[in-house]
Design a protein around this ligand. Structure first.
Ligand SMILES: [Zn+2]
Length: 271
């Protein structure tokens, strides 16, 4: 299996010369090689190129897609109205959420309603099923996916994903500092093959952004070390972070946790 990073940026898309290397699309991650079904995490603007690629790979065959949403902040759903498989009648898309943020149906219909978008969510051509997991595990072929509550304004989840003895934890948006939820995350990360972690801020930037719902690369490295994960992937880069700064962050983070990588758009990570 491998992870394909379609979007790695937090908050808002950041096209431009300063982000060419790491990319400017907001979160979307694909788990590849786990069977015929497509498994995607979050629907930031990275899901638009993902959809184009999926249709090309399917070459006219029906697509069976599972999309797991961590929460409904714009940067995690804003690509969905531009996800081409949604407008194909031979797509079957199941969209999942956890019980730790808002109601799934209202959020998705809401963003594709007047005056925000011309095509109502109810009228898309694909067959769409909505599943609110609460804290239950979803089984998709050989893959099991379990929501894990995280500390984030208005609620969000991480997903603990397991298949054939390989486990990764996808925790795109979270802030440290809540003792109960810090312990929950630490436990979920324990022994993971890969920990994809919010690293929006540098430790210096964090002080001015306390309570905004994000953590730092240093805190992510601390969790990775204590949970003895194999690899740490820093994710949800701040819109103000240039390629140059992200390269520096990777260097700094590797001093704290050697197997650290800064997520890069288009990158494939073997599990
Ligand atoms: Zn968020």
């Amino acid at each position: 299996m491998r992870l394909r990073f379609w979007g790695v940026r937090g908050s808002v898309p950041t096209p431009g010369p300063a982000t060419l290397e790491f990319g400017g699309n907001t979160p979307c991650l694909e788990l590849q090689g786990a069977g015929e079904d497509v498994i995607l995490f979050d629907a930031g603007t990275g899901i638009r190129p993902a959809g184009i690629d999926l249709l090309a790979r399917a070459a006219g065959r029906p697509l069976r897609i599972h999309l797991l949403l961590s929460h409904f902040h714009w940067d995690h759903i804003q690509g969905l109205p531009f996800f081409t498989p949604l407008f194909r009648s031979n797509s079957h898309i199941t969209i999942y959420s956890s019980g730790f943020s808002a109601a799934l149906s209202e959020a998705l219909h809401g963003q594709m309603s007047a005056p925000y978008f011309p095509v109502p969510f109810a009228s898309v051509a694909a067959r769409v099923d909505l599943v609110e997991l609460g804290s239950r595990t979803a089984t998709i072929g050989s893959v099991s996916v379990t929501p894990v509550e995280v500390n984030h304004p208005q609620g969000a989840c991480a997903y603990s994903v397991e298949s054939d003895g390989v486990r990764f934890l996808y925790a795109p948006d979270r802030e440290h500092g809540d003792a109960r939820l810090d312990a929950v995350l630490q436990e979920a990360a324990r022994g993971a093959t890969v920990f994809v972690s919010d690293a929006q801020y540098t430790p210096e930037e964090y002080e001015a952004h306390r309570g905004w719902g994000h953590t730092t690369w240093a805190e992510s490295a601390r969790v990775a070390r204590e949970a003895q994960v194999k690899s740490l992937v820093l994710f949800s880069h701040d819109p103000s972070h240039s390629d140059e700064l992200l390269r520096r962050i990777e260097k700094d983070a590797r001093r704290e946790f050697a197997d650290t990588f800064v997520a890069k758009e288009g990158w494939e990570f073997e599990l």
